[in-house]
Ligand binder design. Structure first.
Ligand SMILES: CC(C)(COP(=O)(O)OP(=O)(O)OC[C@H]1O[C@@H](n2cnc3c(N)ncnc32)[C@H](O)[C@@H]1OP(=O)(O)O)[C@@H](O)C(=O)NCCC(=O)NCCS
Length: 182
C-alpha cells in the first residue's frame, strides 16, 4: 500500500525509513511503558527493530506512519492502522509516543489523521481501538481522537508482562463527528 505523508503543521506523518530503526528501538523497545503496552511482540535488539520497520513498510494489510517533528525531523512516535479487512470494511489502530514527547497531544492528532486518511481512501468504515484497562492514558488518546467506548473485553490480550489483561474496546466510524483537537 502506498502511504502518503500527512502534513499536520507542527507534526508530520511520513512513511517509515531505514534510518528510523534506532529511534524505534529507543522509543518503543527501550521504553518501559511501550514495552508493556504497545504490543507487537518483543523488540529487544537492533535486528528486531530492523524487522519491525520492514514489516511496517511492507505488510499489505496495514497503513503505518512515523510521526515526526516537522521542524526538526525528530521521531516522536508511531501510528499504525492494521488488520485492514476490505471485505468487512474494518481495521484496528495502534500507536506509541516517545517518552519525551508525551503529554502534548501527539498520539490523538496522529490517530485522528490516520483514521481520516483510511476513511477517505479505503473501503473501511469502522476502526477499532483496544487498550488494557490499566492503561488509562491510552483511553485518553481514544477519547480525544473521536472514538466511542463500546465495552470491556475480558482477559483478551497478552501484553508485554506476559499476562492476559482485560481490555477496553473503542471504535470510530467513518461518519462519526470529527474530534475537536484544538
Ligand atoms: C498512550 C500514549 C500513546 C499517549 O500518547 P501522548 O502523545 O502522550 O498523548 P496525550 O498527549 O494526548 O496524553 C494522553 C494522556 O497521557 C497522560 N500524560 C500527560 N503527560 C504525560 C507525560 N509526560 N508522560 C506520560 N503520560 C502523560 C495524561 O493522562 C494525558 O491525558 P490528558 O490529556 O487527559 O491529560 C503514550 O503514553 C504511550 O506511548 N504509552 C505507551 C504505549 C501505549 O500505551 N500505546 C498504546 C497501546 S493501546
Amino acid at each position: 500500500m502506498r502511504i502518503p505523508p500527512l502534513d499536520l503543521g507542527p507534526l508530520l506523518l511520513r512513511p517509515w525509513r531505514d534510518e528510523d530503526v534506532d529511534a524505534v528501538l529507543a522509543g518503543q523497545g527501550r521504553d518501559p511503558a511501550s514495552r508493556l503496552w504497545a504490543g507487537g511482540g518483543a523488540l529487544d535488539t537492533r535486528e528486531d527493530a530492523v524487522a519491525l520497520v520492514d514489516r511496517l513498510r511492507t505488510e499489505e494489510n496495514r497503513a503505518s506512519w512515523a510521526v515526526v517533528d516537522a521542524a526538526t525531523g525528530e521521531l516522536l512516535g508511531s501510528v499504525t492502522v492494521h488488520s485492514i479487512d476490505l471485505r468487512q470494511g474494518d481495521a484496528q489502530v495502534g500507536y506509541w509516543t516517545a517518552a519525551p514527547a508525551r503529554g502534548r497531544g501527539v498520539a490523538p492528532r496522529a490517530v485522528d489523521a490516520a483514521c481520516r486518511w483510511v476513511f477517505g481512501t479505503l473501503a473501511v468504515d469502522r476502526i477499532g481501538l483496544c487498550h488494557a484497562v490499566e492503561n488509562a492514558t491510552s483511553g485518553r488518546v481514544a477519547e480525544k481522537a473521536g472514538f466511542t467506548l463500546e465495552g470491556r473485553l475480558r482477559r483478551s490480550f497478552r501484553y508485554g508482562d506476559g499476562v492476559k489483561h482485560d481490555e477496553l474496546l473503542w471504535s470510530r466510524l467513518s461518519d462519526d463527528p470529527a474530534p475537536a483537537l484544538g
